[in-house]
Ligand binder design. Structure first.
Ligand code: SAH
Length: 348
């Protein structure tokens, strides 16, 4: 029988497993504390469990993390982690320090099927979904690699992949990120980002997982958005915005809109005007992300002046707008630069 990795395994399912074996379900709590709080990964050291229970766990489960294959440090202090998975595929996470927080950007898929034209991960196609162990394991492995002062305080699901396309594993992992017995981050400090999978956003809002939602909008008219994000054919802007207008936000929470700025494509004054109209009435903040170039790309970064005047226009309309300082560009660790493979195409 194949052993199941307990990292990423849902708390409720461990309780069910225990009940099936006539063991008190509260033992799940103890097991989780050993794993996630004490970082004890062998059952025999879980001394408040009976010998019989430890043996039973050993027969069904194992505990393991993705292996850090390489680490690259950027001039700005960010660290890109390359992980090797059990089947030899690789993924990346990027750790980004600032004074008040340490943010980890984690991957949810090896590659991605959405093929956004400006995104390097999109050029890989989808190799496979990550398991919830692999999604959560990135954060745990990074924390183990770092000292006490540098532990991850904020997680963004903005690495390789479209989180909602790997729905179940992502939801399981996010639940454990905020569970007090597991990684115990505040739900305000976890952000799931989507390219705009409307049906799955509607499903996600039923999960009672009050983490932040970010939407990669990236254009303000359907023609442009369709050209750069094929998903827009399935869910055009008006359908997406209608869904977001009805998204149940807790008081004082806002949706985040990400907007990659591509020189001459979506950075014009008329885009700023349309964006202001689209966002009207939705509690939001906007992150403008100047395009990060990678070698074989047809796009150019926007003019700095244009970025500032785009921001200025929205600020004047009383929106909250940040220009996302590009992190880790020198190590291809910035938004849309994660691919975990050499940039040149593999020989045929
Ligand atoms: N698939 C999800 C999660 C990935 S998030 C999503 O689309 O939201 C990655 C973010 O980086 C997205 O907001 C995307 O629009 C942005 N991005 C992708 N490629 C980029 C690039 N080359 N330069 C700047 N931002 C990019």
């Amino acid at each position: 029988m194949k052993l199941i990795n307990l990292i990423g395994f849902p708390h409720a399912r461990l309780q069910e497993f225990l009940l099936e074996h006539r063991i008190e379900p509260y033992r799940a709590h103890q097991i989780f504390i050993w794993i996630y709080h004490y970082k004890v990964y062998d059952f025999d050291s879980m001394t408040n469990l009976s010998k019989a229970l430890r043996a039973l766990l050993g027969e069904h489960f194992h505990i393991s993390l993705p292996r850090i294959q390489a680490k690259t440090t950027s001039q700005d202090g960010s660290v890109k982690y390359l992980f090797e998975l059990e089947d030899g595929l690789t993924i990346e996470s990027v750790w980004m320090p600032s004074d008040e927080r340490k943010t980890l950007c984690v991957s949810t898929q090896v590659g991605c099927r959405l093929a956004c034209a400006f995104c390097l991960t999109g050029t890989m196609g989808l190799k496979r979904n990550l398991t919830s162990s692999e999604i959560l394991g990135q954060q745990i492995a990074v924390n183990e690699d770092l000292d006490e002062d540098n532990q991850v305080t904020n997680t963004v699901l903005m690495g390789m992949g479209e989180p909602l396309d790997n729905y179940d594993a992502t939801v399981d992992a996010v639940r454990l990120m905020i569970l007090p017995e597991a990684l115990k981050l505040s739900s305000r400090r976890v952000t799931l980002s989507t390219a705009g999978q409307v049906d799955l956003i509607k499903k996600f809002q039923e999960e009672d997982l009050p983490v932040n939602l970010a939407i990669s909008l990236n254009a303000t008219d359907n023609k442009t958005r369709q050209d750069i994000m094929p998903i827009n054919k399935k869910y055009p802007i008006e359908v997406l915005m209608e869904c977001l207008r009805n998204y149940p936000l807790k008081p004082s929470r806002r949706l985040t809109f990400e907007y990659v700025m591509l020189g001459g494509i979506n950075d014009r004054d008329e885009d700023a005007r349309r964006l202001a109209k689209l966002l009207h009435g939705i509690p939001n903040k906007v992150n403008l992300i100047p395009f990060n170039k990678f070698a074989p790309s047809e796009f150019d970064p926007p003019d700095e002046e244009q970025v500032l005047s785009f921001q200025q226009y929205l600020l004047a309309k009383n929106y909250t707008v940040f220009i996302r300082r590009n992190r880790a560009t020198d190590i291809l660790g910035a938004c849309g630069q994660l691919a975990a493979q050499p940039l040149s195409p593999a020989p045929a």
